[in-house]
Design a protein around this ligand. Structure first.
Ligand code: HEM
Length: 442
């Protein structure tokens, strides 16, 4: 396969990008080290694995980069010019606008919705039931993000939204695999038509939410009201319906699948490591007894928090970050011409034995005594970093811990036999197939 650190990778021998993206990234790091120039079809790219070099891209030299063309291509139709994909002055304005919805106190106020909706869902779970845990987590996090940020109830819609999201994820998954050659969106293949239908459906859900709020003109103080009322400081214009749609869709999509994936992998891991599960149950008994967790309990749910950190280390939902240089720049002394794509695979960085002892093992205890502070800053980057860091970081961490605690207080989940669950790169790193797990009341 490859010809050396400055050579070109020929796809097709060794782990192949199209067939097994994760193994491809790992093999390149093993063979060539921290900086690996490659060619993917017509594009040149640089794989970057060293935390200091990643910091250079995301923080020190962030102005020299924009989101990568691959990410733009994959996501543009879904989330348009919302916060995740916008750039420059426009991005900054929107980020400042959306930020108040994620202030610490505001996020704390969402805790009650998170536990109440989890408890409501749990009321339907019975001892001995077997369920697809990933589908369950997707539904739950969808309902929570819609309720907390847009005060919208999508419980009745959730089945349809889940189906639609799945169609989209599958479509994007195929595109990721065939990133080198695929037909443009507008070619009416059955897959493109199916995707277009799915997108129209999601659009309808979002526009219904926006229209209903515009009609009442009510200020509920939530994110949707903020978006609808925001006025441009220069000309007083309001955000267009399309821009509101893009921001809502961005937050809805970015805000549920990532957390759902984190939780799905967490249940999967807990089932493989019963001693971790038992220690979690102990903590929940000691801190909470029988009552539901609240935001005030979070500082004492330290083991639950470490479990979530460790789960995101082994299975980072955002398994790779990517940027494209827009100015002549450099990374770790390696010159980059405009147009070059930089790929930073968190999947490999998080399993690097230089930073994590016994890296393949699920060991939440490793996070005790402030491991995060002792690591190089970008050895662990589930939420990215620099100005484009995840805006929902605190929201997601709190949500994951609260859902984990609320469920684990009542149920233990075990894997049904005979399943092989594979980390599969879609937009996020999904467990595939969704693990079928049996519920046992504690
Ligand atoms: C475990 C859950 C989550 C993970 C692992 C995660 C991960 C990430 C990562 C890695 C980025 C940076 C991408 C890049 O630099 O290219 C990002 C950006 C973003 N995330 Fe999250 N995220 C999570 C939850 C959420 C939630 C709950 C929300 C909102 C409710 C959210 C909204 C966003 C938005 C809007 C951006 C773009 C920010 C910007 O560019 O200004 N995320 N997320």
């Amino acid at each position: 396969m490859p010809r050396g650190p400055r050579g070109h990778f020929l796809l097709g021998s060794g782990p192949d990008f199209g067939r097994d993206q994760l193994s491809f990234y790992a093999a390149c790091a093993r063979q060539y080290g921290d900086l690996v120039p490659i060619r993917l079809g017509p594009r040149r790219a640089l794989l970057v694995y060293h935390p200091d070099a990643i910091e250079e891209v995301l923080v020190a030299r962030n102005r020299d980069f924009v989101k990568s063309p691959g990410v733009r291509l994959l996501l543009r139709r879904l989330i348009g010019n919302g916060l995740f994909l916008s750039e420059g002055g426009f991005w900054l304005r929107q980020r400042r606008l959306v930020q108040p919805a994620f202030h610490r106190q505001r996020v704390a106020a969402y805790a009650e919705v998170m536990t109440a909706y989890t408890a409501r869902r749990l009321a339907e779970w019975k001892d001995g039931d077997v369920l697809d845990v990933h589908a369950e987590m997707m539904t739950l996090t969808q309902i929570i993000v819609a309720k907390t940020l847009f005060d919208a109830d999508v419980s009745d819609e959730s089945y349809n939204i889940a189906r639609t999201s799945n169609i989209l994820a599958e479509d994007f998954g195929h595109r990721i695999k065939s990133i080198i050659q695929f037909l443009p969106d507008w070619v009416p293949t059955p897959a493109n038509l199916r995707t277009a239908r799915a997108l129209r459906h999601l659009d309808q859900v979002v526009y219904r939410m926006v229209d209903a709020r515009r009609r009442t003109g009510e200020d509920r103080g939530d994110l949707l009201s903020i978006l609808l009322q925001a006025q441009d400081a220069d000309d007083g214009s309001q955000m267009s319906n399309e821009q509101v749609r893009d921001e809502v869709m961005t937050l809805f999509m970015a805000g549920h699948e990532t957390t759902a994936v984190t939780l799905s992998w967490t249940w999967y891991l807990l089932a493989q490591y019963p001693e971790v599960d038992a220690r979690l149950a102990d903590e929940l008994r000691t801190v909470l007894g029988d009552r539901p967790p609240t935001v005030a309990d979070l500082p004492r749910l330290t083991y639950a928090d470490m479990i979530i950190s460790e789960s995101m280390r082994l299975y980072p939902p955002a398994y790779v970050l990517a940027r494209q240089a827009v100015n002549p720049t450099e990374v770790a002394g390696h010159p980059l011409a405009p147009g070059l794509v930089v790929i930073m695979p968190a999947w490999v960085v998080h399993r690097d034995p230089r930073w994590f002892e016994d890296p393949e093992t699920f060991r939440p205890e490793r996070w005790a005594n402030d491991l995060a502070r002792r690591l190089p800053r970008f050895a662990y980057l589930p939420f990215g970093g620099g100005p484009r860091q995840c805006i929902g970081n605190a929201f997601a961490t709190m949500e994951a811990v609260l859902i984990l605690a609320t469920i684990a207080q009542r149920f233990r989940l075990t894997m049904e036999p005979g399943q092989r669950v594979t980390p599969t790169p879609y937009i996020t790193l999904r467990p595939e197939p969704g693990p079928r797990m049996r519920l046992a009341r504690r």
